[in-house]
Design a protein around this ligand. Structure first.
Ligand code: RUB
Length: 332
């Protein structure tokens, strides 16, 4: 991680570390943790002037922002909280920032509940749902469907390389859902048994394309070929305002050792820790993109707390929520 910013409290540095190392992960959870960290910064700031307080809050936001690039819920959360920082004294600034962060976290939780109710309407009694990665927004839909007495089964893709599918499987088993875990490569075969593909999103672009855990796009293409509808569960905090002005979403590239350990690499190219040639270029490249982009045409519905939308019309909601401006308060 980058050097500590002056005045940023250790708890914020710790949250940033946890996000970067994926102790805290998933777009909604990251947003929630970031808002909580800004509240902690406000609470523990030793700033003696309003200007110093604002500077520290912006530095804290920047520290959190620089952890992972793809989930727009992170900058959206930071932007939302910083815009609520208001007052002429340190005490007022502190109180307004904490209140704003708390409101954000409450709204986030409520939005997920509402989205769950809307998404659950798409699931019928007896349906089989195929999942990819671990999405709290997607699980909220299943949760409400189960609560309303519908029987749901799940086919859970393990989701290489970090196997977040296991988290999904654990949650679904806790709820009593029959789960079949499959390797990612088996997805097309098992789509014949699925009534829905249900995934979350890290970012949604203005053209309705969905940025989510790598493998989502291939799954969606296969689902279309198999005639299985693809439903994306995503709170409006996942809408990426910059994409309205033509920006693309940065796809995070992660450590190659998540894909190939040093030992595994050695079995391919030879060498080892004490081999001097290990430092040389061994001609083997490993790429580890964490996310991919699913074009809007492979998505049937985006379910948000504001209703469900065909992906092509999501831009209307985006304009309503964000207007056309997307300035970054922490760079001021
Ligand atoms: O791609 C992932 C998580 O990736 P990672 O494990 O790399 O963070 C999830 O599908 C979205 O973040 C949505 O999750 P949620 O619905 O919980 O926001």
């Amino acid at each position: 991680m980058a050097d500590a910013e002056p005045g940023v409290v250790p708890a914020v540095e710790a949250t940033a570390d946890d996000i970067a190392t994926m102790e805290i992960r998933g777009a909604a959870t990251i947003a929630d943790a970031a808002a909580a960290a800004l509240a902690t910064q406000a609470e523990r700031s030793g700033a003696e002037s309003p200007a110093a307080f604002r500077r520290q809050l912006r530095a804290a936001a920047r520290t959190l922002y620089e952890t992972r690039p793809t989930a727009v819920s992170l900058p959206n959360a930071l932007r939302y909280v910083l815009r609520g920082m208001d007052g002429e004294t340190v005490a007022d600034l502190r109180a307004s920032t904490i209140a704003r962060a708390e409101a954000f976290r409450r709204d986030l939780e409520r939005a997920q509940e509402t989205l769950g109710e809307i998404g659950a309407n798409r699931l019928r009694d007896g349906d089989v749902v195929m999942t990819h990665c671990h999405s709290t927004d997607a699980l909220a839909c299943i949760d409400v469907a189960l609560e309303s007495g519908k029987a749901i089964e799940a086919i859970v893709k393990e989701t290489r390389p970090r196997k977040q599918g296991h988290i999904t499987a654990r949650q679904l088993r806790e709820w009593g859902v029959p789960v079949t875990v499959i390797v990612d490569n088996a997805a097309r075969r098992y789509l014949d048994r699925a009534d829905h593909v249900l995934v979350g999103a890290d970012s949604i672009a203005a053209d309705g394309s969905v940025i989510n855990k790598v493998g989502t796009s291939g799954l969606a293409v296969n689902a279309r070929e198999r005639g299985v509808p693809v439903m994306v569960a995503a709170q409006t905090i996942k809408l990426h305002p910059d994409t309205m002005t033509g920006h693309t979403v940065e796809i995070e590239l992660r450590d190659e050792r998540e894909v190939l350990s040093d030992e595994e690499r050695a079995t391919i190219v030879g060498g080892g820790d004490d081999d001097e040639s290990a430092a040389e270029d061994d001609g083997l490249t490993v790429d580890n993109p964490a996310f991919d982009v699913t074009p809007a045409r492979y998505v049937d519905a985006i379910v948000t707390e504001r209703g469900q939308f065909p992906p092509e019309s999501i831009v209307t909601l985006m304009r309503e929520l964000f207007g056309e401006t997307t300035d970054e308060p922490w760079t001021a």
